[in-house]
Design a protein around this ligand. Sequence first.
Ligand SMILES: Nc1ncnc2c1ncn2[C@@H]1O[C@H](COP(=O)(O)OP(=O)(O)OP(=O)(O)O)[C@@H](O)[C@H]1O
Length: 261
Amino acid sequence: MPEPLLVAQNLCKTFTSRGRRVTALDDVSLTLAPGETLGLVGASGSGKSTLARVLLRLLPADAGAVRLLGEDWFQLRGRALRTRRRAIQMVFQDPLAAFNPRATIGGVLADPLRIHALADRAARPMQVGALLEQVGLPASYAARSIHEVSGGERQRVAIARALAARPSLIVFDEPVSALDQSIRSEILRLITELQKSEGLTYLFIAHDLAVVRLVSHRVAIMESGRIVETGPTPQIIDNPQSSAGRALVAAVPRLALRLPS
Ligand SMILES: Nc1ncnc2c1ncn2[C@@H]1O[C@H](COP(=O)(O)OP(=O)(O)OP(=O)(O)O)[C@@H](O)[C@H]1O
């Protein structure tokens, strides 16, 4: 068994808003092996995005620890933190919210190359072109504004930006929820192909089990801030043990749950 890429142990996070306490993460532990996809699925408000934000250190945990690539991730500071940061990238549901609205696509993709010193100025345009082609877009898209392309193309740009940092792990938070069905399948295919060609590890978050099962080797089910069930995808779909798992399976038409042969 290879050493896990990421081990999260006993993560807790509570929010207080208008005097009300909400436990968003309640003792969450999970492991990601290199090259696998863990699908994280659960109803709205179950804590999926909070877990993603805590794992990326966009939000501090109240308690718990994460080992990433053998290091104590929450304890890293300064240069060591900056270096390690590029190992985890995130792709959001709405990439527009994550991009500078005035930026060109070339600018969006050149940023991580510059920030992480992965390519000098002269080499960046070629690398940007290569990244675009890797996600199925023409290199000429570099000159376009992020507003000039479709939702599916924008999501390809978001994936290319994540790839630019040469990460080990990509966290996808509802990456296809805003897309039409046909575009959705194309993006899911791209995501699985890139995993194989680049040897990437994924945490794939969605509320829809039909989407999660297409890409995930294992599934974890969240309910009220806890992971209530985890196991290989076919096992969870055929025989969910938790009430949250049974509800998620029941919410999807039988046909949509057939695993591809
Ligand atoms: N910044 C915040 N302040 C207060 N409460 C928050 C904050 N962020 C999240 N919460 C609460 O924490 C709980 C978990 O939210 P979270 O967004 O992680 O769930 P989720 O499973 O990702 O939901 P969705 O599928 O709707 O995105 C919810 O009750 C939510 O209202």
